[in-house]
Ligand binder design. Sequence first.
Ligand SMILES: *Cc1c(COP(=O)(O)O)cnc(C)c1O
Length: 342
Amino acid sequence: MLNINDLIRSSIRAMKPYSSARNEFHGEASIFLDANENPWNPPYNRYPDPLQRELKGRISELKDISPEHIFIGNGSDEAIDLVIRAFCEPSIDNIVTITPSYGMYEVAAEMNNVKCVKVELDPGFKLNADAILNTVDEHTKAVYLCSPNNPSGNVLNREEIYRILKYFRGLVVVDEAYIDFATSPSLLDGLVGFPNLIVFQTLSKAWGAAAIRLGMAFASPEIIAVLNKMKYPYNVSRLTQEYALKVLSNVEEMQRQLKLIRSERERVADALSRPPLSYKVYPSDSNFILTEVGDANKLYAKLVKQGIVVRNRNSITLCQGCIRITIGTPEENDALLAALSS
Ligand SMILES: *Cc1c(COP(=O)(O)O)cnc(C)c1O
C-alpha cells in the first residue's frame, strides 16, 4: 500500500503551517477585532475564507465529490507548482511528463530545481504506459499527464493511465483543463480506487473565467491536506470566490457554449482538412485544433498581418509545421478560414 506520507518532503512533513486569524476562530461572532482589518468598506474589508468553504460546497455538488477531496488554487498553475514543492526534494527528486504537452510542468519543476524528464508520446500522440514506467526511477515523485492533451488535443487512453496509476509508486497528476470539451468521462471517479491520483481542472477554459484565476485539484484528503498546508493563507480572493460561485450557478449557459464550441470545432476541422487548404488535422477532444500547415512560421506571420493570432507550435516536439487554433465565435472562425484561404 502506497503511503502518501512517505512521499512528502521531510521538511514539509515537519513544518507547522501559518495559522491566520480567520483560520483559528471557529464559531459564531459578530464583532471581528482579530485580523487588523479596517472595520468599514464591507464586505471587501474582510479577509476571504482561506478554505473557500462555500465554493467547495458548490463544486462538491457539481462534481459529486466531497469537499475534503478538493483544493482550490490561484489557477491550476498554483496546484502544478505546489505538488512539486510538497513532494520533490530539490536537486534530488524528479518528475516525469509527456512531450509534447503543457509547458508549465517543466517550468514549475525547473523553478524548484527539480528535474523534469520528458517521454515522447507514441505516433498519434498516444500515451505509452510502458515508456513512462520504464522511465520513472526511485527519485520520481510524480508523473504529470494532460488529458485532453495540450497541444495535441486528444484524450489519453484511460487503460494506459490506469496502468501507470497501478504500477507507479508515486503520484499521478492528470491535468483535465479541457475535459469538459471531451465526450469521454473525467478520471475523477478513479479517486476512490487510486490514492495516488491527482486530477486538475480549471474555470479558465469551458467555464469562460480565465481572468479570475481559479484552478481545482481533486485528490485524497491526505494530499489535499498537504496542499492546504503549503498554500498562501488567502490564495483565492473574495472577488474570485464570488465570481466563481456565479459562474458555477449557470451550468446551462456553460453547456450551451460548450455545444456551440464543439460544433464549431467540427466545422473548422472539416474546412481545414478539405481543399483548398487540405491541411492535416489532428482529432480534437478539446476547444482547439492542432493542424499541420507546412510552413507554420510563414502562415503564422501571414495571419498576424491580418490581425489574427494563433499559436505557432512549429518548434515543439512532434509538432513541426503545426499551428494550434483555438475555436472562437462563429464569426471569428469564419474570419480565420477566410484569412487562411486568401
Ligand atoms: C489552459 C491550461 C490550464 C489552465 O491553467 P489555469 O492556471 O487554471 O488558467 C491548465 N492546464 C493546461 C494543460 C492548460 O492548457
